[in-house]
Design a protein around this ligand. Structure first.
Ligand SMILES: [Fe+2]
Length: 299
């Protein structure tokens, strides 16, 4: 009884106190992390945008990398049984990803490390193709507005593996401020229960060319996969990062978790051991995660 009451309280009151549909515990965690662990001094424009708005498009050109990956994808047998297709990340694709992230994203990721005051590591990699859906009532591939239920130490990079415009169903996302506005206007209860009035002026639609990329705080900003028009599809590479709560050696790289949980980064289902780190299951576990970050912060 008390447990159920607390569960509902935790589920509902993030919206009420913090203006996003994440849980109250995770929102409180974020608030204290931002004031006692994270460091805002000396950060660049992109990370400022990430902190204030919740997302930014990078100026990194991944087009060459994307061509190599999409050539590899052509070898796979694709089907549209589920409305989407999860590609296999084979050894060749894996090595392209490791090289590209280490070479071209290390600078921006070290800015994230300065802000979070913790080391950052890759938690999950997925390559997905979304297809047109005949029935939009049912949620098939995160096509309803939601936030990802993790603490804000979990964030995402989206790389366009093809040109994405309105027809391909680009990601839709609202800034932190507009997330709050959307919840109010749409009487948002949860991802399957809200009115669907798009705030056209405030919505950010992530269209772009092959090789363009965007970082987003998907735990505090409402987002969804866009509607794919008939005859079109969208291929995107998703990379999820988390900040590492443990003390790790300085020479460890962004693929640190590949050693700790072999194979979990690649081709794993959503419940991988790494993703669970930023998804504490109780108030007690949320507090102990916070203390771990605090104890092992860089500065
Ligand atoms: Fe999501």
């Amino acid at each position: 009884m008390v447990g159920e009451l607390l569960h509902n309280f935790n589920k509902k009151f993030g919206k009420f106190f913090f203006g996003n549909p994440n849980t109250l515990y995770y929102n409180i965690f974020n608030k204290y992390h931002k004031s006692l662990i994270a460091k805002k001094n000396g950060i660049g424009n992109e990370i400022s945008e990430f902190i204030n708005k919740g997302f930014f498009k990078t100026d990194i050109d991944s087009s060459e990398f994307c061509m190599k990956v999409s050539n590899c994808l052509k070898r796979q047998n694709i089907d549209n049984k589920k409305g989407y297709f999860q590609f296999e990340v084979d050894e060749e694709i894996k090595s392209h990803i490791i090289n590209h992230i280490n070479k071209d994203f290390s600078k921006i990721l070290s800015e994230f490390e300065k802000f979070y005051n913790s080391r950052v590591a890759v938690a999950k990699v997925a390559i997905r193709r979304n297809y047109h859906l005949e029935n939009t009532e049912k949620e098939v591939y995160s096509n309803n507005y939601h936030v990802d239920h993790y603490t804000y130490n979990h964030f995402k990079l989206f790389i366009n593996l093809m040109d994405v415009n309105k027809n391909q169903g680009p990601l839709h996302i609202y800034s932190k401020k507009d997330t709050k506005k959307f919840l109010k206007i749409n009487d948002y209860k949860d991802r399957s229960n809200y009115k669907n009035n798009e705030l056209k002026k405030d919505l950010f639609v992530n269209s772009g060319k092959l090789g363009e990329s965007m970082f987003a705080n998907t735990t505090e900003c409402l987002h969804k996969a866009g509607y794919v028009e008939k005859g079109f599809h969208r291929d995107v590479l998703f990379i999820t990062f988390i900040t590492v709560p443990d003390k790790i050696d300085a020479q460890e790289n962004l693929f640190y978790y590949d050693k700790i949980f072999p194979q979990s980064i690649w081709n794993s289902k959503d419940g991988s051991e790494i993703l669970k780190i930023t998804k504490p299951k109780s108030l007690k576990k949320t507090i102990s995660l916070f203390l771990k970050y605090y104890k092992n912060k860089i500065n």
